[in-house]
Design a protein around this ligand. Structure first.
Ligand code: SAM
Length: 205
């Protein structure tokens, strides 16, 4: 991992993802999270403040030590115990059927092996367990898609692998048979990066 990804990008991510409008999406998504919880792509810990009171511990994964260094203040001032693993979510060391809830916010865009990560999420969920996500991705509008496809190669360089043009619905539905998703442009966000997919996928019981 290079100097830019580890030392500079974490500050840019933290700043851009701290927007109060994005916080509202975090809060509404996380309201129903319960039980044993895994968060993938924990980043700088921006979700911590929005877990419901009954969540006492979250296991987290993220391969970038720079974002985790920046998460320390939030972890220390949170009542939630965070058990962090410095790794990508394509190969999770957790046993099958370990979690009631898995959470991902603005992360599926950046995971190099996103299909494999979704297989792992499905594997580690208990039967009946739920995957909670809010992600940006491919717009429904063809004229926006054109720019998302054109600018993704540049975005991958600037934002450490982030794609504008992933079809999050298709990716999640390929792995889970029961999925509810809303698609909309995030309020105040540029269309290129602001087409959001918010949903819950449930593993068959
Ligand atoms: C745009 S940031 C989002 C951070 C956080 N989820 C949030 O909502 O603020 C994307 C995160 O995905 C992480 N990431 C990149 N590759 C990953 C992988 N293979 N597995 C898990 N997380 C990964 C990055 O290190 C970064 O922290």
């Amino acid at each position: 991992m290079g100097f830019y990804s580890e030392k500079i990008l974490p500050y840019l991510l933290d700043w851009s993802l701290s927007d109060p409008k994005i916080a509202a999406y975090r809060r509404s998504l996380l309201a129903e999270v319960q039980g044993e919880v895994l968060e993938i792509g924990f980043g700088t810990g921006l979700n911590l403040a929005y877990y419901p009171e009954q969540v006492e511990k979250v296991i987290t994964v993220d391969p970038n030590p720079g974002v985790h260094a920046l998460a320390q203040k939030r972890i220390q001032s949170s009542p939630i115990t965070v058990e962090h693993r410095l790794l990508g979510s394509e190969h999770l060391p957790m046993a099958d059927h370990s979690f009631d809830s898995v959470v991902s916010t603005f992360t599926l865009c950046s995971i190099p092996g996103v299909e494999q990560a979704l297989q792992e999420i499905h594997r580690v969920l208990k039967p009946g367990g739920r995957f909670f996500f809010v992600e940006h991705g491919l717009s429904k509008e063809p004229n926006i898609q054109v720019w998302q496809n054109r600018l993704t190669p540049l975005q991958k360089i600037i934002a450490d692998g982030c794609h504008f043009n992933r079809n999050i619905r298709q990716l999640v539905e390929n792995q889970f048979s029961t999925v509810t998703i809303e698609e909309f442009y995030g309020e105040g966000l540029p269309k290129l990066a602001g087409y959001l997919y918010r949903g819950i996928a449930t593993k068959a019981a």
